[in-house]
Design a protein around this ligand. Structure first.
Ligand code: S3P
Length: 437
């Protein structure tokens, strides 16, 4: 059964909304509190399919995690060496973050693990984590094409590593950091471009000696992590869909409250501001290890730009919706140095190019990017390729399209943003949901 949505055009989008908790921080809060000493609360946890997969796996590994109230979970940490073997396969579903981060953690254990996922996750590259983890002593077996399932075998000793990142990726960095917690000495990771640093921030908040000096991160293995409550801010990657909705729709002003504003996550805001976006940020008092604020996006006349390389890593999840903004801008927008987009939940360069062509937006697909010529978005039939962010990006495009926009295969929106369409409804956007057999 496949789900599809038809979105109808709208204007005057006004209102205040809150989006669910940050996906990256929700995964990390559960993982790191599971190996901490003591009991702590995770508030505003993202109850999406991806984060639930991480939660179920940690529960199978013997950690008590339970719901306290709406979006609040209690984690009873078992300590660094308290995880237990699971006889079951550990099912990561569609979630690359679960699979890659947990592979790092499980590589240090004295029991075997077997990680699996859905068909999309089984197509994504896993040698990117296996290579550095093996250098530290991990015993990891991948399938012949270097993808999942991942078999991890017990080890006696983990060696420290000095690793120059080959790909700008927070998932790879975090997998190495998690294994480095168990190493026999201190490890160093050298990044070319700083990627999201939530793992580092939470570890430091839980008392671990983890230091950054320019591009080098030093991880000193701790005796223990000390449990502490974590409040998850709203997810800037989810907020971005409604920020762009506010920018591209006439007579609109949308406020999105309590959003995480970690500097390694705000690349899309910088890019949109370069395009002429009317975005205001009101910083708030920090209650978590991360910066938080409200974001107000108002109708704007956007212009095409060449997207600077320095923003690519820090806007990596936002390109589907940034490219919709580019389709609504005057002139040409060029994205380069973004080959990583081919390895997400779909080949996002290809999915966006095809979808935009279906909406009569001229574009040229390149090996590491895309060129988009802004124009009038017509409706169309869009295949999301089962990718949540492609489905949501074209749903937003539907708000300004001349004809109806029908987005197919939308079920995976629940992997990151289960109430996305409810919020569309709150802002007055009309749509129709159908189940296709
Ligand atoms: C994530 C890192 C990014 C991002 C993903 C979440 C994380 O992946 O695309 O959605 O939580 O660490 P890469 O590390 O592969 O760039």
């Amino acid at each position: 059964m496949l789900e599809n949505y038809t979105v109808y055009s709208a204007k005057n989008l006004s209102g205040e909304i809150s989006v669910p908790g940050d996906k990256s921080i929700s995964h990390r809060a559960l993982i790191l509190l599971s190996i901490s000493t003591g009991k702590a609360k995770v508030e505003n946890f993202l109850e999406s399919d991806d984060c639930k997969a991480t939660c179920r796996i940690l529960q199978k590994l013997g950690v008590k995690i339970y719901k306290d109230s709406n979006h609040t979970f209690i984690v009873e940490g078992v300590g660094l060496n308290g995880l237990k073997a699971s006889n079951d396969n550990l099912d990561c579903g569609n979630s690359g973050t679960s699979m890659r981060l947990l592979s790092g953690l499980l590589s240090a254990q004295n029991f075997p693990s077997f990680l699996v996922g859905d068909t999309s996750l089984h197509k994504r590259p896993m040698d990117r984590i296996a290579i550095p983890l093996r250098k530290m002593g991990a015993i990891i077996k991948l399938s012949d094409d270097n993808t999942a399932p991942i078999e991890i075998n017990p080890v006696k000793k983990i060696s420290p590593i000095e690793y120059n990142m080959q790909i700008d990726s927070a998932q790879i960095k975090s997998a190495i950091i998690l294994l480095a917690l168990y190493a026999s000495g201190s490890s160093k990771i050298i990044e070319n471009q700083k990627t999201r640093d939530h793992t580092e921030n939470i570890l430091s908040y839980l008392g671990v000696d983890i230091l950054r000096k320019e591009k080098t991160l030093t991880i000193n293995p701790p005796q223990k992590l000390i449990s502490k409550d974590i409040i998850v801010p709203g997810d800037i990657s989810s907020a971005m869909f409604f920020i762009v909705a506010g920018l591209i729709t006439k007579k609109s002003k949308i406020k999105i409250k309590n959003i995480g504003l970690n500097p390694t996550r705000v690349g899309a805001i910088e890019i949109l501001k370069m395009m002429g976006a009317n975005i205001e940020i009101i910083y708030k008092e920090n209650k978590t290890p991360e910066k938080v604020g409200d974001i107000i996006a108002s109708s704007s006349n956007l212009n095409g730009i060449e997207i600077p390389k320095k923003y690519v890593a820090n806007a990596i999840d936002e390109f589907p919706i940034i490219l919709i903004a580019a389709a609504c801008a005057s002139g040409k927008t060029t994205l380069q140095n973004a080959k990583e987009l081919k390895f997400k939940e779909s080949d996002r360069l290809l999915a966006m190019s095809k979808g935009l062509k279906n909406c009569k937006i001229e574009n040229n697909l390149r090996d590491d990017g895309i060129e988009i010529f802004g124009g009038e978005i017509y409706g169309g039939n869009i295949d999301s390729y089962g990718d949540h962010r492609i489905a949501m990006a074209f749903s937003i495009a539907g708000i300004v399209s001349k004809g109806n926009m029908k987005i197919h295969n939308t079920k995976n929106i629940s992997t990151s943003f289960p109430n996305f369409y409810d919020l569309m409804n709150c802002l007055g956007v009309k749509y129709e949901k159908k189940i296709e057999s």
